[in-house]
Structure formats: structure tokens, C-alpha cells
Design a protein around this ligand. Structure first.
Ligand code: AR6
Length: 187
């Protein structure tokens, strides 16, 4: 499906000549992933919440993570900011803020693509060799899962890095896993 507006606009992750990281899809819980950085589907206030955000705060040392998030001073949709992992297996948590789905005419696709790109860049800048992503914005924020899976795969496929070697797309349900597998085979 052509989305028109989710094209990557360049950035650190675009460095020509560097290899493309391996991208895999798994069924599971992002909080238990054995990777260097896990991505959190957060809100603008970085205040914690439901879904992935709630699970990450429960799995990490919640009070310490809350304080570290507060110190970041919020995050705009499409951007990403990192904290330590505070008890997760992952060394870092990269908090990104997805778009609230509003019918698709308000730049939601581009904001979602930016979430993947910026999270990758932030993790890369920390030296992460592996990153796990949940299906950003497809829960509370209502982004259509089919569309989101295509944007995730296309955006991540466009990125190159001398640091990041593996990207894990973590599906919380079998239908999301099928979407990732489909796009990884065909995108
Ligand atoms: N591991 C992997 N995927 C998960 C997990 C988990 N532990 N838990 C849920 N999912 P959501 P959003 C899936 O709602 O749409 C929070 O309140 C879930 O099935 O976590 O970006 C924040 O504070 C869905 O497919 O994130 C924000 O206010 C996907 O992860 C708001 O929700 C994302 O669902 C962000 O909403």
C-alpha cells in the first residue's frame, strides 16, 4: 500500500555505506526482550500510562523511571528520548510518542515513521547494537495496525548503521505478527 507521506526524510540513520541491520519479528512482551534498547510507546508528558507504557513501568523500577522521565521534560509526537533501563534486561528505554489516529489526514503516517527513525537514531547514539520495538500507536492511540506494520517495516528498512545490528519488531498478538511477516517478505 502506498502511503505517500511516510517517506524517510534523512538523518543519522541514513548514513550511506553502512550496513542494514537485520530486522526480525517475534511474538512476545517487549519488557522481557534481551536487547540493548527497548522502545516505549509513551505519551507527550512521559507520565506513564496503560499498554506498553504501563508494562514497562511495572517491569522497571517504577519510581526511579518516573523520576527520570519527568526530568526529560516531555516529548513531542514523532520524537524520542532515552532513560536507563532501571531493572529491565535492556540497558536503555527509548521513549517515543506516537500519533493519535485521527482519520489519517493529519500527518499521522509521517509522525509514526518519525517515531521509528528517531528511536533508532537515539538508540544508535547510545551505542545500542539491538533494539526492540512494540507496535507504536496501534493500541490506545488507535492507529490502524495494517498501516502501522507497513510503515514500521519500510522505515526501518531504509535505515543504515555502523552500530545497530538487529531490530526486533515485537508483536503482542498473532495478527500483528502476521502483518510484520507479510511486510518483511514483501515490502
Ligand atoms: N509488549 C509488546 N506489545 C504490547 C505490550 C507489551 N507488553 N502491551 C501492549 N502491547 P499501546 P499506543 C501492544 O496502547 O497506542 C499509554 O497509555 C498493544 O497490543 O501501549 O502508542 C501511553 O501512556 C498495541 O498493539 O500504545 C500513551 O498514553 C501496541 O503495543 C498511549 O498509551 C501499542 O499499544 C500510547 O498508545
Amino acid at each position: 500500500m502506498s502511503t505517500g507521506e511516510d517517506h524517510d526524510r534523512g538523518g543519522a540513520g541514513q548514513s550511506a555505506g553502512f550496513p542494514a541491520p537485520r530486522i526480525i519479528a517475534v511474538l512476545g512482551d517487549v519488557t522481557t526482550m534481551q536487547v540493548d534498547a527497548v522502545v516505549n510507546a509513551a505519551n507527550r508528558a512521559l507520565a506513564g500510562g496503560a499498554g506498553v507504557d504501563g508494562a514497562i513501568h511495572r517491569a522497571a523500577r517504577a519510581a526511579t523511571l518516573r523520576a527520570a522521565c519527568r526530568a526529560l521534560g516531555g516529548c513531542e509526537p514523532g520524537d524520542a528520548k532515552a532513560t536507563p533501563g532501571f531493572g529491565l534486561r535492556a540497558r536503555w528505554i527509548v521513549h517515543t510518542v506516537g500519533p493519535v489516529w485521527n482519520g489519517g489526514g493529519r500527518g499521522e503516517r509521517a509522525v509514526l515513521a518519525s517515531c521509528y527513525r528517531r528511536s533508532f537514531e537515539v538508540a544508535e547514539s547510545l551505542g545500542a547494537r539491538s533494539i526492540a520495538f512494540p507496535a507504536i500507536a496501534t493500541g490506545v492511540y488507535g492507529f490502524p495496525p495494517e498501516l502501522a506494520a507497513g510503515i514500521a517495516v519500510r522505515t526501518l528498512r531504509s535505515l543504515r548503521s555502523a552500530v545497530v545490528r538487529e531490530v526486533v519488531l515485537v508483536a503482542f498478538d498473532p495478527s500483528t505478527l502476521s502483518l510484520y511477516r507479510h511486510h518483511l517478505q514483501t515490502a
